[in-house]
Design a binder for this molecule. Structure first.
Ligand code: TSB
Ligand code: ZN
Length: 585
C-alpha cells in the first residue's frame, strides 16, 4: 500500500483535504473545535472536539457531501502570516489553538495561517492552491482519541480520510484497505477460533483457544528442536521477581513505566516480570564457568507482562501478557561475531521455512556524538558495531542502519514487518549487551586464569509467540501450511448411509498416524460440508464415495482448489507425510 506521508504530492493533497474536512465539519457542527490534523501513512485525520455532539460512521457521507460542495465552489487557499499575539487574539475562544500557539518555539513569532472561503486554520503548509483539486477523497472511519494521547484528558473524535489525484487511485487504495481488513489477524483469529479476549480477564490479555493452542505448540516444538540442535539449553523460571532483582538489572530505574505495579507478599515486594534476562543472569551465575564453556545459551519460552497503553493493545500483536521465544547467549568478546552470525542465520532459516518475504532488517547503532545516551566504552562499541556489519555483509543480508537507535547497553538488529493494519512492528530481535553481565557480576575464568566478564546477546527469533502468530495469520490469510493447521484433514463421506464406514476407517488410520483429522458425518448436503471446510481453511478435504470405498482409494482437494486428486491410501499417507515434513502446502 502506498505510504501517503512519504509521497510528497500526496502528502500535500491529504493535508489540504484534512482542512477541507475540518471546514465541512465546521459548517455542519458549528461548535466544533479542532486539535491537530496530520498526514499519516494511510491518509489523514483530524481530531475534533464536538462538545455534546457525536459524529458516527453513518454521518461520514453527509460530511463528504459538504466537502464536495465546498470543493465545487472552488475557493483559493490563501496563506497569510500573523504574529503570535495576533494569532492568540484571533483564536481567543479556542483553547486548543491557544495551547498550540503558546507551545510554539520562542523564536517563532510569525505564524502562518491558511484561509479557504469562510475557514481559517493555523498551519505550516504547504497546501494545494485551490480546494477545486480536492475531489477524489473518502472519509474512512471515526474513533475516539484522548487529547494529546493522555487518558486523563478529554476524549476527542478522530476522523480519518484519504485523498488522491484521481478516482482510479482512490478506488484501488480503498480496495487495498478492504483487503487488508480481511487479512487482519483479529478478524481471522475470531473466524478460525484461534483466540478470544474477555473483559473479565482484561485488556491485552488474549486467551488462546484450542485451535490457537495447536498452532502455538507447533511453533514451540519447531523452534525448540532448532535451538536444541544449536546447543541451547532450556529452562523454566517464574514470571515474577522481587523488586530488588529488577533494581539490580536496572529495569526498575529505566523500564518502570512499562511494568505492572508492585505486589506485596509477606515481607517481599514482587513485580510481574517484563523481561527474562535477570532470571537467566542468575542461572549463569549459579556455576563457575571456564572460557572453554562459552558460549552458554540459555533459552526459555517465557511469559512476560508489560504495561502497554490501552489504545495500543491489539489482538495478539501487541499484548500485555506475552510469551517470548527468548534466549540469552553468554559469549567471550572474541565470540560475538560468530554467535551473532548463528542468530542471523537462524532467523533467515526460520523465515524461509515460513515462506516470509516481507520483512526488513534494521541495525540500530549508537550516535557516537551522544555521550550521555550510551554506555561509555568507545572501543567496545566500535568493535561490536563493525562486527555486526561484517556479519550482515558476509551473509548477504540487506539491512538499513538506524543511527542513534541502539539501546544504552549495545547495538541491536531487529526484523521489522508491516501488519495488515497499523504501523510496522518488530518480530525478531538480537541485542548485544555489555552491561547486564557486569551488573550481576558475572564472570568466566579465562585461559590465563584471570576473571573476565562475558558479553550477552539477548535474542528472540519469533519475538513472541503472540506477535509471530498474528503475523503468520495475516501473511497466510489464515490458510496455514498443513504442518501448522489446527485441523489438517477433513473427511467428508458423500453419503453417510453408504460411505461412513469407509470414512471412519480412514479417519482411524490417520488419527493413529498423528494427523489432526476431523470426520464430518453430519447429515448435511455434500456441497454445504465442502464449503464449510473451505471457510475453515482446512488444507486437505477428503471426499469419499462409492469409487473410493470400492477401490480403497482416497480423493482429496487442497484448500482453494477445485481440482480433485485420487491416490491409493499408501500414496496419500506418504504425500501427507512429505507435505508436513517439508512444511509445504
Ligand atoms: C530478547 N530482553 C530481550 C530478550 O532477551 C527483550 O525483551 N527484547 S524486547 O523487548 O525487544 O522483546 C522481544 C520481542 O518481544 C520483541 O522483538 C517483539 O517481537 C516482542 N514484543 C515486545 N512487546 C510485545 C507486545 N506488547 N506484544 C507482543 N509481542 C511483543
Ligand atoms: Zn533479554
Amino acid at each position: 500500500m502506498i505510504n501517503i506521508k512519504e509521497n510528497e504530492s500526496l502528502n500535500i493533497l491529504n493535508h489540504s483535504c484534512a482542512h477541507l474536512m475540518a471546514q465541512a465539519i465546521k459548517h455542519l457542527y458549528p461548535n466544533a473545535k479542532f486539535w491537530v490534523g496530520p498526514v499519516i501513512e494511510e491518509g489523514f485525520y483530524y481530531d475534533v472536539d464536538l462538545g455534546e455532539e457525536v459524529i458516527k460512521e453513518e454521518d461520514l457521507p453527509n460530511i463528504e457531501r459538504e466537502m464536495k460542495k465546498i470543493s465545487k465552489d472552488g475557493k483559493r487557499i490563501v496563506r497569510h502570516e500573523i504574529t503570535k499575539d495576533e494569532a492568540l487574539n484571533m483564536f481567543s475562544d479556542d483553547p486548543y489553538k491557544i495551547d498550540l500557539i503558546s507551545r510554539m518555539d520562542e523564536n517563532e513569532n510569525i505564524i502562518s495561517c491558511y484561509t479557504q472561503g469562510d475557514f481559517t486554520d493555523l498551519c505550516r503548509g504547504p497546501h494545494v492552491e485551490t480546494v477545486k483539486v480536492l475531489k477524489n477523497f473518502k472519509l474512512l472511519k471515526v474513533s475516539g482519541a484522548y487529547w494529546k494521547g493522555d487518558s486523563n484528558n478529554k476524549m476527542l473524535q478522530r476522523i480519518y480520510g484519504v485523498c488522491f489525484e484521481n478516482e482510479e487511485d482512490l478506488n484501488s487504495h480503498i480496495q487495498e484497505i478492504e483487503e487488508a481488513k480481511l487479512r487482519d489477524h483479529r478478524k481471522i483469529g475470531k473466524e478460525l477460533n484461534i483466540f478470544m479476549s474477555h473483559d473479565l480477564v482484561g485488556k491485552g490479555m488474549p486467551l488462546w483457544l484450542p485451535n490457537g493452542a495447536i498452532i502455538r505448540k507447533q511453533l514451540e516444538n519447531y523452534i525448540y528442536e532448532k535451538e536444541q540442535k544449536m546447543g541451547y539449553c532450556h529452562v523454566y523460571t517464574p514470571c515474577v521477581g522481587t523488586v530488588d532483582l529488577y533494581k539490580t538489572s536496572g529495569h526498575w530505574d529505566h523500564y518502570k513505566e512499562n511494568m505492572f505495579p508492585l505486589m506485596h507478599v509477606d515481607e517481599e515486594e514482587f513485580v510481574l516480570r517484563p523481561m527474562n534476562c535477570p532470571h537467566h543472569m542468575l542461572i549463569y551465575g549459579n556455576e563457575l564457568h571456564s572460557y572453554r564453556d562459552l558460549p552458554i545459551r540459555i533459552g526459555e519460552f517465557a511469559t512476560d507482562f508489560r504495561y502497554e497503553a490501552s489504545g495500543a493493545v491489539k489482538g495478539l500483536e501487541r499484548v500485555r501478557c506475552m510469551c517470548q521465544n527468548d534466549a540469552h547467549l553468554f559469549v567471550r568478546p572474541d565470540q560475538i561475531g560468530e554467535e551473532f552470525k548463528k542468530v542471523v542465520s537462524l532467523i533467515l532459516d526460520v523465515y524461509k521455512d515460513f515462506g516470509l518475504k516481507n520483512y526488513k532488517f534494521r541495525l540500530s547503532l549508537r550516535d557516537p556524538q551522544d555521550k550521555e545516551k550510551y554506555f561509555d566504552d568507545d572501543d567496545m562499541w566500535n568493535e561490536a558495531e563493525s562486527k555486526l556489519r561484517e556479519v550482515l555483509n558476509e551473509l548477504g543480508v540487506e539491512y538499513f542502519e538506524a543511527v542513534g537507535e541502539a539501546a544504552f547497553y549495545g547495538p541491536k538488529l531487529d526484523v521489522e514487518v508491516k501488519p495488515a493494519v497499523g504501523p510496522e512492528v518488530t518480530l525478531s530481535t538480537c541485542q548485544l549487551d555489555f552491561l547486564l553481565p557486569r551488573k550481576f557480576e558475572l564472570s568466566y575464568v579465562d585461559r590465563d586464569g584471570s576473571k573476565k566478564t562475558p558479553v550477552v546477546l539477548h535474542r528472540a527469533i519469533f519475538g513472541t509467540f503472540d506477535r509471530f502468530t498474528a503475523f503468520i495469520l495475516e501473511e497466510t490469510k489464515g490458510a496455514l501450511p498443513i504442518w501448522l493447521s489446527p485441523v489438517q484433514v477433513k473427511i467428508i463421506p458423500v453419503n453417510n448411509e453408504y460411505h461412513l464406514e469407509y470414512a471412519s476407517e480412514i479417519y482411524e488410520q490417520l488419527k493413529n498416524s498423528n494427523i489432526r483429522v476431523e470426520l464430518d458425518d453430519r447429515d448435511e448436503k455434500l456441497s454445504y460440508r465442502m464449503r464449510e471446510a473451505q471457510t475453515n481453511k482446512i488444507p486437505l478435504t477428503l471426499i469419499l464415495g462409492d469409487k473410493e470405498r470400492d477401490n480403497k482409494t482416497i480423493s482429496y482437494r487442497k484448500f482453494g482448489s477445485t481440482e480433485t486428486t485420487t491416490l491409493s491410501q499408501m500414496e496419500f499417507i506418504q504425500m501427507l507425510h512429505d507435505l508436513i515434513v517439508n512444511k509445504e502446502n
